[in-house]
Design a protein around this ligand. Structure first.
Ligand SMILES: *Cc1c(COP(=O)(O)O)cnc(C)c1O
Length: 367
């Protein structure tokens, strides 16, 4: 058994909530009953306490440091999931005269657009729906409206297993990205984005908080008439402490960010994630058509690998036998079918090795 797997744990390929670094879980366990000599758990202390303040601010600082972003960006912690950002973004930044532009690259991208459409402020700038979201629209396919308030992209499509391999060029139009399923998985020029958000339960922590990283100039002013809790400036002006924040989730995000720094940062993670993904994609590509990948090769995700088997019977058998090998959560989303193996930052290399070995054995036994 690989050293990264404890006897009673499995390799967890679930899309979210998803696997967390074992080191982080153990650290949280060790300080669970008595957080920093407060005599209380982090679950029990006040969000106004000094000990919590340090956790909150360190998590923010570490996220900006990992992304190589400076003082012109601020990190917010908001509840309501990434799905609530689908509402907050058009409410705060779009209007009938300045529409939010959207690229439809998958299911969450479409959900985001539908919220803007409902408010009468949405516009589709590109879509790959006609090919069942097998690829990411290219730069040439993007047609911004003349009145574009922003361009919203979903950087990694969790359900379809596709990911952007370029940063869309938008000129003066602010670029906004849902990075829920690939946040902090690789380095890039994050300063090209005006706002990035992620529900942390995929790649950055447990469920309960969304991390929003935005340009200060964008966050500091929201339309006056919006409900308080739906205005970015409420969170911006109060350091995300206007009301009680989800302290435990933020604490865990901080621990994962610190773990990422210890691993060597995003360049090291990108290298590792690429090798991990290659193991699984090679198992698909070298299977003589037994495994059929959903994503076009040039749009493949490093985080969610989606593929089908020759029949639904074999797919059910694959899921069941995988579990016997301690490979859990490989079943795909109903809209794509087949398998989806989520191999986020916290999935160890050995987990992908075990999966690739299993795929090879299963193919030989069943073809
Ligand atoms: C999971 C997911 C969401 C939805 O996140 P919630 O926090 O459950 O609302 C949105 N976007 C992407 C890319 C996702 O993977």
């Amino acid at each position: 058994m690989a050293t990264t797997l404890e006897a009673n744990r499995v390799y967890n390929f679930n899309p979210g909530p998803s696997t967390l670094p074992l080191e982080v879980l153990k650290e949280a366990q060790a300080e669970f009953l008595n957080f920093q000599n407060t005599g209380m758990s982090i679950l029990e202390i006040s969000h106004r306490a000094k000990a919590y303040d340090a956790v909150h601010n360190q998590a923010k600082a570490d996220i900006l440091e990992l992304m190589g972003l400076g003082d012109d960006y601020e990190v917010l912690f908001i509840q309501g999931g990434a799905s609530m950002q689908f509402d907050m973004i058009p409410m705060n930044f779009a209007s009938a005269e300045k529409r939010g532009n959207y690229i439809l690259s998958g299911s969450f991208a479409t959900k985001a657009y539908k919220e803007a459409e409902k408010m009468g402020v949405g516009y589709v700038a590109a879509s790959s729906k006609d090919v069942n979201f097998k690829h990411i629209p290219t730069q040439d396919e993007i047609k911004l409206s003349d009145d574009a308030a922003y361009l919203h992209v979903c950087y990694n499509n969790t359900i379809y297993g596709t990911e952007y391999h370029y940063i869309p060029e938008t000129g003066d139009v602010p670029l906004i990205a849902d990075m829920s399923s690939d946040i902090l998985s690789r380095p890039m020029d994050f300063s090209k984005f005006s706002l990035i958000y992620a529900g942390v339960q995929k790649n950055l922590g447990p469920a309960g908080v969304v991390v929003v990283i935005g340009r200060r100039s964008l966050l500091e002013k929201s339309p006056e008439n919006l409900p308080t809790m739906l205005k970015y400036d409420t969170f911006y002006k109060k350091n995300s402490l206007y009301n009680t924040p989800p302290a435990f989730s933020i604490y865990m995000v901080g621990k994962v960010a610190s773990w990422l720094k210890q691993q060597g940062g995003l360049a090291v993670m990108a290298e590792r994630n690429k090798k991990k993904a290659s193991l699984v994609y090679d198992a698909i590509d070298n299977s003589n058509g037994f495994y059929i990948g959903h994503a076009d090769k040039d749009s493949r995700s490093f985080m969610n690998v989606t593929f089908r088997l020759p029949s639904e019977e074999l797919e059910a058998k694959f899921v069941a036998e995988a579990l016997e090998h301690k490979l859990s959560g490989v079943k795909g989303h109903r809209s794509v079918g087949g398998m989806r193996t989520s191999i986020y930052n916290a999935m160890p290399y050995e987990g992908c090795e075990c999966l690739a070995d299993f795929m090879e054995k299963f193919r030989k036994a069943n073809s």
